[in-house]
Ligand binder design. Sequence first.
Ligand code: GRF
Length: 176
Amino acid sequence: MLVSGEGSNLQALIDGRLPIAAVASNRPNVRALERAAAAGIPARVFSLEAHASRDRRDTEMATWLALRGVDFVVSAGYMHLLTRRFLEWFPERIVNVHPSLLPAFPGPRAIDDALAAGVTTTGVTVHYVDEGLDTGTVIRQEPVPVEPQETLVERIHAVEHRLLPEVVRELCSAVH
Ligand code: GRF
């Protein structure tokens, strides 16, 4: 699993008893790493600064994950694009969760962008990852009404925490 921050989606997969072989973060000292440690999951930081290039970082990260038996990668809140080299290690086996109804509002500020655009419905997308910014094939989507705005973030996260484990469970059983 790939993370960068809070790791609430990681927690949802842990709570859903999905077999998480390893957790990789591009940032040190994040809550997601504490969650992995508490669940006894091997975790490691692969920061860009510690590597000569993005390609080198992604190659090391893919090798480390593969050595731990990972054959399916889930990115949740992972805030870096993956290089072709990483994608080639896990062809058609990397999924991401995104807080909008893609292709609407790709990028890191999807919820704010939806609010600024004044849409009445936004949502959650689980999709395959490709080299673009939130451009891969959609696997599952669920709409979320924007109103009441005060609880939108919370409601989107609740949908993510239900939808992502569901989709991952289905995809894993199709692969194994
Ligand atoms: C989620 O809203 C996800 O859709 C977005 O970043 C957030 C990550 O949350 N890409 P967490 O780290 O899983 O708590």
